[in-house]
Design a binder for this molecule. Structure first.
Ligand SMILES: [Zn+2]
Length: 118
């Protein structure tokens, strides 16, 4: 195994800090949209801004789900570091290229298996 686990932990910690900040920022945006829309009106049909607010709220909620999923993926990746399986493709069992782990610390498949997507 040539994966440097200290490097892996640092990358995962950096990615976690980024994802945590992203979740916090999106939660703030979501709250602002929800509170802002409460001060205008609940009547979407007669409010020209209503549909825009609903669209923004859905877009932020979707990004928030993605950011929370990233955090879960990072949790799992940290579990794989502890288990000694980090950096090994879950599909073919070969090593995941370091450049890929650098870009995507929570990657669970090598680039070839990921391209095949099965
Ligand atoms: Zn693979």
């Amino acid at each position: 195994m040539t994966v440097d686990l200290a490097v892996a932990r640092t990358r995962l910690a950096d990615a976690r800090a980024e994802a945590t900040a992203r979740v916090a920022s999106l939660e703030d945006q979501h709250r602002a949209i929800v509170e802002g829309s409460r001060w205008t009106t609940d009547d979407d049909e007669h409010d020209p801004e209503g549909s825009t607010i609903a669209f923004e709220r859905a877009a932020v909620a979707s990004m928030l789900r993605d950011a929370r999923q990233d955090l879960r993926d990072l949790d799992e990746a940290e579990g794989r570091v502890d288990a000694g399986t980090y950096g090994t493709c879950e599909k073919c069992g070969r090593e995941i290229a370091d450049a890929r782990l650098d870009a995507l610390p929570a990657a669970r498949r090598c680039i070839e298996c990921n391209a095949l997507r099965r």
